[in-house]
Design a protein around this ligand. Sequence first.
Ligand code: PEP
Length: 259
Amino acid sequence: GAPRTPLMAGNWKMNLDHLQAASTVQKLAWTLQDAKHDPTSVEVVVVPPFTDLRTVQTLVDGDSLALRYGAQDLSPHDSGAHTGDVSGAMLARLGCSYVVVGHSERREAYDETDDVVAAKAAAALRHGITPVVCVGEGLDVRQAGRHVEHVLAQVDGSLAGLDAAAVAGLVVAYEPVWAIGTGEVATPADAQEVCGAIRARVRETFGDEAADGVRVLYGGSVKPGNVAAVMAEADVDGALVGGASLDPADFAAIVRYQH
Ligand code: PEP
């Protein structure tokens, strides 16, 4: 297939205020610079809380840092009476390249259905932001052996209505819920099974260009010590990293998994 640039995205979740964000981003950038990291070899993305985005924008623009950033959620609407929500237009103005949609914590806590996730992905694309569409099964589904069909149903629903060209630029993150924040990492073979099935489904639904372009990430307790093994799998194009992304040395080591 077409070459895909590996992507390492750090989801900070509800951690680090704007001052801590500044020092974390600076330490990450310095560490990568010291290591002479080539951003065209592995793309680096930080995903802080909304309240940190302006600070991150100022740092990245002011110092021409070789990293991109995104938000953890957005509204499916573009403006209006939606108290507490943040629009894709607002995120675009803050220079966000990416936005996570359908993280399992939001699917669970806010009952976000695949329809909502698809509407959010479409809203991101309307504003030129790349959605990182999260899918993944819970432990009960995994134990019942229904993880592939479960995830493919989420893919069908969460990408519904998108066109093939948009899907080619998309990021899909496979995050088995039982591996998130638990220290329990899926085996590389487990990750490949589902990431490969996701790409095959994209090929069936959207065609070769979409399947060869879409980047499929694995997420769930990725650490410096386990990232290389999962990255060696054919259909794993990167990682969505929670806990380990809060430590700039650990996240830099994940970015530099080839070294
Ligand atoms: C996540 O929340 O996207 C995640 C993968 O978290 P962790 O790396 O902490 O398991």
